[in-house]
Design a protein. Structure first.
Length: 179
């Protein structure tokens, strides 16, 4: 079942990229896979669940998995560098893959429950860096919320401004004593 889900997710993303349209239909995905439309519902409860899975897979691969920081840094410096890498990965995704960015925005960033689920990997990584051992990831979630101007699509038009790094450092300076 997991293999079929992965194939559906991969196919949906491929169709988005080849058609240049984030409005790919379930019929198009089913046809590409040689499945019936109804067969997709054996793997995803509805279209929203499928698009959330597609966006989550893309987010993890194109943003979270691209973040690499030195393990030899102090935990505060490592968190700083990790956050800087995260916001830059999100900015790069916006600049280089607008269709998937739009899909992510529509199905993830505009849905607080889905957004929380997608960000669990980010929260977990931040928790590990800081050694919080917080099973609810509350501290990590609050830190990332402070950087929302660098991660939420509502602010995407400011991400390519010349003072982007300066603004990031100002935010870091505001919160670093509390991390």
């Amino acid at each position: 079942m997991a293999t079929t889900q992965a194939k559906i997710i991969t196919t949906a993303e491929k169709l988005i990229m080849t058609t240049g349209n984030s409005e790919v239909t379930l019929d198009q995905i089913a046809k590409e896979l040689g499945l019936s439309h109804a067969a997709l519902y054996k793997h995803f409860r509805n279209k929203q669940a499928l698009w959330e899975a597609v966006a989550e897979s893309w987010f993890k691969r194109e943003i979270i998995n691209r973040i690499h920081v030195s393990s030899s840094l102090s935990k505060e410096k490592k968190l700083h560098d990790w956050l800087w890498a995260l916001v830059n990965a999100k900015k790069e995704a916006f600049n280089t893959n607008p269709k998937m960015f739009d899909l992510n925005t529509e199905y993830i960033d505009n849905n607080p429950v889905a957004l929380h689920n997608v960000l669990i990997n980010a929260y977990r990584e931040m928790d590990t860096i800081m050694g919080y051992n917080d099973p609810t990831f509350e501290k990590s979630e609050l830190i990332l919320a402070a950087f929302s101007i660098f991660t939420l699509p509502n602010f995407k038009d400011t991400w390519n401004e010349a003072n982007y790094e300066h603004r990031f450092e100002e935010m870091w300076n505001l919160i670093k004593k509390g991390v």
